[in-house]
Ligand binder design. Sequence first.
Ligand code: SF4
Ligand code: SF4
Length: 334
Amino acid sequence: MIAGRTRYRILAFLTDITGIKSSVEIGKPKQPRLNKKMHGRADTSAIDEQWFRDVIGRKIATHPGNRMEYPFAGEPIFDEPLVGFVRGDDPLLAEYKKIIGPFHLTPTEIMAWQAEKNRVAAPRPEEISVVSFIMPITDATKKENARQSDWLSERWAQTRRQGEMFSRSFVREIVADLMARGVLAVSPDTAPFFTKKRYPGAGWASPWSHRHMAYAAGLGTFGAHDFLITEKGAAHRCGSFVVNLRLRPDRQRPDDIHAWCAHYRTGGCLACVSRCPTGAISEQGHDKEKCYNRVIRSIPRCVGEYHIMIYGCGLCSVGVPCESGIPEKVLKKK
Ligand code: SF4
Ligand code: SF4
């Protein structure tokens, strides 16, 4: 369907089922069942860190879901990923209940839910890992959105819409593969408890933060705009999933959560402040509520001009020193 589209859809707010699903998190797929005959017996020695780097890299390089629609049909949505790992017994994961809010789940809690569903014993924290990945947005999309000063560009809107669905579907494929081999795994995005909503004291949040998992895995640190600045920049989407395997973290996590943001590290940046059309970023940080109100107002633009039912913005993550890498100033200070 994606490759075959040769013109815009009509009445997108009713007919764009993919966009509607991507926007409002409805239509969660059935969770894959665990192959109980293999559970605890399978030889998992080959399912190591490199296995996950290879499989995620292959999905992004070859999966038909990583493709734009008309009028950019065939263009990739994401470039080569970064992949990192967090151990289930990493103390930071429990601390997230204080940092993000008590509603934020630990991998152990998520895995206990999957274990109970499949009627097997819940694994201990040290037997669990989180696989976290960053999918950098392509240069064509970044350049296009960097030219915008008020609303998101068309490629950025498609990235938000198809990219979300692509991420959910390829993670579900990896999870289904592991479950068929007898390895418990969970994609938090597709679990029934995963819904973004307003939490008292925390504002808009979800019970599983991919960005915080990526920070825990050493993949990046937070910028003044609240996006994660990685070695491939802040213009990306990230994802994560939980597996019943002992994987080794292989990246050094900076203690300072803002270590790679020029404003916090060296001073004299805040380029993201002037990129924001609604004043949601300041020296004090990112106002989630203001940002949300702006982002949601982009729906008529996406429906009317791009003929897809989605929202987004991301203007502050492009045309700035941290767009495609760690800012030069920060690298020089390292
Ligand atoms: S634009 Fe500058 S201040 Fe804003 S997040 Fe990026 S590095 Fe930090
Ligand atoms: S995503 Fe858009 S509205 Fe939100 S802070 Fe960035 S530029 Fe502002």
